[in-house]
Design a protein around this ligand. Sequence first.
Ligand code: MN
Length: 205
Amino acid sequence: MPKKYELPALPYAYNALEPYISEQIMKLHHDKHHQTYLDNLNKAIELHPEWGEKSIEDILKTYDKAPDDIKNMLRNHGGGFYNHSLFWLMMSPKKDQMPSGKLAEEITKQFGSFEDFKKQFGEAATKIFGSGWEWLVVDKDKLALMSTPNQDSPVTQGKTPILGLDVWEHAYYLDYQSKRADYVQAWWHIVNWEDIAKRFEQAKK
Ligand code: MN
C-alpha cells in the first residue's frame, strides 16, 4: 500500500479527445485539478499516516471513522483523486465506440435500449444541481444510474462505478460555457466502452 499517492499519467495525449474535449481543458483538469485533490489527500495522510496504509477504495468506504481533522479531506480530496483517476480511463481517443456483448445486453435489459440509456443518463447528468458526477454503477449485480454531489464516490455506498461523467464546470466550461447538455452529448463520442465492459465483467465476479 502506498504511503503517498501519486498522480496517474493521462493514458493519451492532452489533445487526444478533441474536438469533444480540448487540450486546454485536459491540461487544466489533469495537471491542476486532479493534482490538487492528490496533494490534499497526501496532506491528510501526512497528518495521520495510518490512513496511507489503506487502499483508496478502503479510504472512501471508511473515512467516517477517520479523525475529525481529516475526515472531510479524505471524503472530498480522496474522492476527487479516485474519481478523476477513473475518469481518464473511461474516455478514449478511439472515438464512437459502442457497448458490446454481455454489457450491451444488460444495458438493453435495464434501460430498454442503448439510446434510452443515453437519454436517461444524460438527463440525470444535466439535472445535477451544482457540481457532481453521474455514474453507471453495478449494484448487487445490476446496472443502475447514480448521481453523486461534489466528489462523493459510489464506492462509499458499496456500489461499483463502471462509467462516470464529471459535470463540474471545470470539466466543460472553457469549451461549452454553461451548456452542460451539449457537453454531455459530445462526451458520448469519447466513452471508452472497451474499458467499461472490462469493469462490468470484474464487478460481476
Ligand atoms: Mn473534475
